[in-house]
Design a protein around this ligand. Structure first.
Ligand SMILES: Nc1ncnc2c1ncn2[C@@H]1O[C@H](COP(=O)(O)OP(=O)(O)OP(=O)(O)O)[C@@H](O)[C@H]1O
Ligand SMILES: O=c1ccn([C@@H]2O[C@H](COP(=O)(O)O)[C@@H](O)[C@H]2O)c(=O)[nH]1
Length: 238
């Protein structure tokens, strides 16, 4: 990649991806590989912010489905994203690159509390900036956290690194006849009810003119490829 297409981007990193084949929790080898790709992008001159999901550990909606309290479940989910973010920070720092973790839920002994000003400064100081705790509110997801932080940080695009290599006409894990789109508008994603990212996140990205590029985080090297405009992905833009 000669000239980066974006100066600052937001990588939405699937929590589920971090468990690898383990079925639960964090596989250090997966974290290490993804951290190396984040570092590669950083060394190409792209300022990388990362919003980390928590689906490898906890999802609040599951608690609600089993009759538990949704809000408590959601806070457990937010705490799960903090664990993942700390793992990503350690892995990035092992490459000699500074990484900062900002949490939407204050826990000052563990990491910095998110403020727009401090997080922007961290980018300007050359750190990889990792956002955890989602939006800090129950009934949201880290996809919404990603759209929110991307807007606040002035990111040129959101790269959603997930389980599948793009947006399909239906969930490709459930429907083998589903076909992948190369491009879509935000409005088409919403109107067709395509579920790869929650509607609140897509609407926030649309309202702030931020493209979303969906790609498979399981594909080694895919993050740097899609940053350069290559590789398999779906671009959502207006
Ligand atoms: N139309 C669609 N196109 C592509 N994927 C879809 C579609 N509808 C549903 N999906 C599903 O959406 C999932 C990705 O969404 P989700 O946000 O739950 O996961 P994630 O971001 O990878 O994980 P986490 O929530 O742990 O961060 C895919 O694994 C895919 O099976
Ligand atoms: O703003 C937010 C973000 C997340 N949560 C809770 O955390 C889990 C894990 O996040 P994923 O986006 O599913 O990876 C989510 O299921 C919610 O329970 C939240 O409440 N608010």
């Amino acid at each position: 990649m000669t000239e980066p297409r974006y100066r600052r981007v937001l990588l939405k990193l699937s929590g589920e991806a971090l468990m690898g084949d383990k079925g639960f929790g964090i596989d250090p080898r997966v974290v290490e590989r993804i951290a190396a790709e984040i570092v590669e992008a950083h060394q190409l001159g792209v300022q990388v912010g990362v919003v980390v999901g928590g689906g490898n550990i906890f999802r609040g909606v599951k608690v609600a489905a089993e009759g538990g309290d949704r809000t408590t479940g959601d806070y457990l989910g937010m705490l799960a994203t903090v664990m993942n973010g700390l793992a990503v920070r350690s892995a990035v720092e092992r490459h000699g690159i500074r990484a900062r973790v900002f949490s939407a839920v204050a826990m000052p002994v563990v990491c910095s509390t998110f403020t727009q000003r401090d997080a922007r400064k961290a980018f300007e100081d050359g750190a990889v900036v990792i956002f955890v705790g989602g939006t800090g509110n129950p009934f949201f997801t880290t996809d919404s956290g990603a759209a929110l932080r991307a807007a606040e940080m002035g990111c040129g695009a959101i790269f959603k690194g997930t389980q599948v290599d793009g947006v399909y006409s239906a969930d490709p894990k459930k429907d083998p006849t589903a076909t992948r789109y190369e491009t879509l508008t935000h409005q088409e994603v919403l109107a067709r009810g395509l579920q790869v990212m929650d509607a609140a996140a897509i609407a926030l990205a649309r309202d702030n003119g931020i493209p979303v590029i969906v790609f498979s985080i399981h594909e080694a090297g895919a993050f740097v490829e899609v940053l350069a405009g290559r590789g398999r992905s779906t671009t959502i833009s207006d």
